[in-house]
Ligand binder design. Structure first.
Ligand code: MEV
Length: 328
């Protein structure tokens, strides 16, 4: 078996505005998906996922995502999980030239699914890395990120940005602007994540911002203001000024809220973090539900979040310096 892991991510700044060509700064966190791959001689693909923060499920199929597995979790989630693994394996077959290669794939992940922490990107990056290595090919991080992006792009019908896959493949903090992704310097960040147990619909949320932006000049200005904030945030990140970083995260949350992508539970968690003394807090990802990210070197925010109605899970997540890890 060949085993790789890849991290999830939070957005320090810039989600949604990145869709319109503004810069964004995601950063990889030490919450990982681990994918083990063993070659099969019969050309089939068997996927076992014991913990995707779903009930356990096992899927066996002959390379066709149309085959319905016998499982008791939502069809959409199964279809999505199967689609990602199927897409990743297609990339592996393409890059290695082994069109008939089959695999047993085992997935474990401690990144909540669909909550804005880049769980699918982490699974795809780790799956492509492990399966290519199982066939004797080791990809450079840039090519791995590109292949993973192509997978997400196809599965998500062209809605994916490069942020999640690049961040997961390379680790650390990243600056994304259009197709340009690069690693940037970041200090140790005392990241705390609050999760409301749910997930927003990224497509709907992106569409909502798009129509607001088309209808109102001030909404378009808000998107541009997020871009300005990100440019300031990059300098502050390089200086390592956590207090200032937190202040900018607070402003970023306010701007996202003005664009209609926050929710009651996200706002409650953001305020719990601020009241607990966090440097700052904001939603991360598409919004509508899912996760917030706060900066707090003390235990106060994590404790406050764990008592906040609507917060299902609160945890500390260090910045992941390393992207994909080759474990076996
Ligand atoms: C979703 O995690 C982040 C968005 O900016 C969409 C995207 O960049 O693909 C809302």
């Amino acid at each position: 078996m060949t085993l790789s892991s890849a991290p999830g991510k939070v957005y320090l700044f810039g989600e949604h505005a990145v869709v319109y060509g503004e810069p964004a700064v995601p950063c990889a966190i030490e919450r990982r998906a681990r994918v083990g791959v063993t070659r099969r001689d019969d050309g089939k693909l068997r996927v076992q996922a014991d913990d995707l923060s779903l009930d356990g499920f096992t899927v066996e199929y002959g390379g066709q995502t149309g085959t319905r597995p016998d499982v008791d979790v939502s069809e959409n989630l199964i279809a999505a999980a199967m689609g990602y693994v199927d897409g990743a394996i297609e990339q592996v077959r393409d890059v290695t030239g082994e069109a008939d290669a089959g695999f047993d794939v085992t997935i474990e992940s401690d990144i909540p699914l669909g909550a804005g922490l880049g769980s699918s990107a982490a699974v795809v990056v780790a799956a492509i890395d492990a399966a290519t290595r199982e066939l004797g090919v080791t990809l450079e991080p840039d090519e791995l990120a590109e292949r993973a992006f192509q997978t997400e792009y196809e599965v998500q019908d062209g809605q994916a940005s490069r942020a999640d896959t690049f961040c997961s493949a390379t680790g650390g903090a990243v600056r994304v602007e259009g197709d340009d992704c690069r690693s940037i310097e970041a200090p140790d960040l005392p990241i705390v994540v609050g999760f409301d147990g749910g997930a927003g619909d990224t497509g709907e949320l992106v569409a909502g911002v798009r129509s607001l932006r088309e209808e109102y000049g001030f909404a378009a200005d808000t998107v541009e203001t997020i871009g300005d904030l990100v440019r300031t945030g990059e300098d502050v990140l390089a200086d390592g000024d956590l207090e200032e970083l937190g202040r900018l995260m607070d402003v970023n949350h306010g701007l996202l809220s003005a664009l209609g992508v926050s929710s009651r539970s996200l706002d409650a968690m953001v305020w719990a973090a601020r009241n607990a003394g966090a440097y700052g807090a904001k939603l991360t990802g598409a919004g509508g539900g899912g996760c917030i990210v706060a900066l707090d070197p003390t235990d106060e925010t994590e404790t406050a979040l764990s008592y906040t109605p609507g917060c299902e899970d609160a945890f500390r997540a260090e910045l992941a310096e390393e992207g994909v890890k080759r474990l076996e």
